[in-house]
Design a protein around this ligand. Structure first.
Ligand code: PXP
Length: 252
């Protein structure tokens, strides 16, 4: 059975820190704890407006993840500023995401079809520098094909619509899950590694973990919220158990 990798996104530790303009809680300490609790990777999104993770955080995260031999997944918009920062730290992976200042969180996937001519040269520069490139895309066949054609090695499928539907009790949820499964199959057929993330919680993780082509999940907001009640290590431990149990059951 192929076990899923578990990337922990620590952005919202920085959101809480920044709410007070203080230096506590420290997202780097959260990353250390997440790694000790069994995270396979640390994910952080340096946004243009620096609303959570800061440049200093990225520097420190690059240092501690390298020291531990744990991959850092640097989420970033495709802009010259972010490209320069990424190339200066050379994280294990860069996950290219869309970014709008007025959004609360990343809303939907990157338009790789429409942005092909801008994205392809940036992907080449990352790949040439040894950074593994992932495109965060909707579960859409055309976007997946475009990710392949710009040279990305990975697609991260957005699980937001499915997770929202489950939370809202929408009858659309099974249909959205089928779309995710078909997208994962297609990405795998094209030779792309498949990741998934956005909005995942204890309730939705099982169905997503059971998709056999999915190699990695990236989870943030729910884990940081849950850690208020049970602690980060426990929240990570429970999520890991649910992921592994769903994967094992699907493979049986
Ligand atoms: N993957 C990507 C590409 C994201 O932008 C985010 C949100 O930062 C996540 C995963 C994690 O989503 P959530 O915080 O809802 O678990």
């Amino acid at each position: 059975m192929n076990l899923l990798r578990f990337g922990v996104n620590i952005d919202h530790v920085a959101t809480i820190r920044n709410a007070r303009g203080a230096d506590y809680p420290d997202p780097v300490r959260a990353a250390e704890l997440a790694m000790a609790a069994g995270a396979d990777g640390i994910t952080a999104h340096l946004r243009e407006d620096r609303r959570h993770i800061s440049d200093t955080d990225i520097e420190a995260l690059a240092r501690v993840t390298r020291k531990r031999g744990i991959p850092l997944n640097f989420e970033m918009a495709v802009t010259p500023e972010m490209e320069a920062i990424c190339l200066s730290h050379l994280p294990h992976a860069a996950c290219l995401v869309p970014e709008r200042r007025e959004e609360v969180t990343t809303e939907g996937g990157l338009d790789v079809v429409g942005g092909h001519n801008r994205i392809a040269p940036a992907v080449k520069r990352f790949v040439d520098a040894g950074v593994r490139v992932s495109c965060f895309v909707d579960a859409d066949i055309a976007q997946i094909a475009a990710a392949k054609s710009v040279g990305a090695q990975v697609v991260e499928l957005t699980t937001g619509p499915y997770c929202d539907a489950v939370r809202e009790g929408s009858p659309e949820a099974p249909h959205l899950l089928r779309i995710l499964c078909a997208a994962a199959e297609e990405a795998d057929r094209l030779g792309l590694e498949v990741h998934a993330g956005h909005g995942i919680d204890y309730e939705t993780v099982g169905a997503i973990a059971a998709i056999p082509q999915v190699a990695e999940l990236n989870i943030g907001h729910f884990l940081i919220g849950e850690s208020i009640f049970v602690g980060l290590s426990s929240a990570i431990g429970r999520m890991r158990l649910l992921m592994n149990a769903a994967r094992a059951e699907a493979a049986a």
